[in-house]
Design a protein around this ligand. Structure first.
Ligand code: SAM
Length: 206
């Protein structure tokens, strides 16, 4: 553990932004999908956050940070391949390890180990035992139609009324079709963010 890393939860918004940038390599002013996630995790209804697709834990850490700051329940994050895959972002500072190493380092440096529960399983299997009220659901696992569609349906049913669903990579055909079928008819306040990377949508459960 790096002794120079402060307790993120005790920092002002400006200081926190600096440290989130330094640790997770995320600039919340530029990476708008991350700042939106962080904002939604702070304002949304009581309940947990759930992420499908943990990867190196950046979104999980941001949602967990928001949860801790607002004294709300923390984050469940599901990934089928946490240990094996090498990280695919050579431009990022914390390159060079496998995902498990980077993920663990991110969570520990942020001091969020008590706010995040990691579930290593395929999302299409894990939903069978999942029964937790969710206030913010991030769909960001396998982006093919079958997975996106079933992830939205299987986990969306645990969203509390007024809770938010976020789907990343809306510009991928499978995600776009899943959103049209599983979100547009059933959710309200749908906002499309198409011209950013990654593209994403946000919607609210009535
Ligand atoms: C785009 S990355 C997620 C990025 C992460 N949500 C973030 O914002 O930092 C997609 C992740 O989904 C995972 N994944 C792919 N298929 C999956 C499945 N069927 N079940 C669970 N996770 C899956 C991959 O292993 C990968 O880590």
């Amino acid at each position: 553990m790096n002794n120079h890393v402060p307790d993120l939860l005790s920092l002002s918004e400006n200081e926190k932004e600096y440290w989130v940038h330094k640790i997770l390599d995320v600039d919340l002013r530029i990476k708008t999908h991350y700042s939106e996630l962080y904002r939604l995790a702070r304002i949304s209804q009581p309940g947990y956050c759930l992420e499908i697709g943990t990867d190196t834990g950046i979104s999980a850490c941001l949602m967990a940070l928001a949860s801790a700051q607002t004294h709300q329940p923390g984050v469940y994050s599901i990934d089928s391949d946490i240990g094996e895959g090498m990280i695919r972002y050579p431009h990022r500072k914390n390159q060079g390890g496998n995902r498990w190493h980077v993920l663990g380092t991110n969570i520990l440096l942020c001091g969020l180990q008590e706010q995040i529960v990691l579930i290593v399983d395929d999302s299409l299997r894990a939903y069978r035992w999942f029964s937790v009220p969710i206030r913010l659901l991030l769909i960001d696992g396998n982006h093919d139609y079958q997975h996106a569609s079933q992830d939205i349906a299987n986990y969306g049913k645990w969203l509390v009324s007024g809770g938010y669903i976020v789907c990343h990579d809306y510009n991928e055909d499978g995600v776009a079709r899943a959103v049209q079928e599983q979100i547009v008819p059933y959710y309200s306040d749908i906002i499309y963010h198409k011209d950013c990377h990654p593209s994403y949508i946000v919607a609210r459960k009535p």
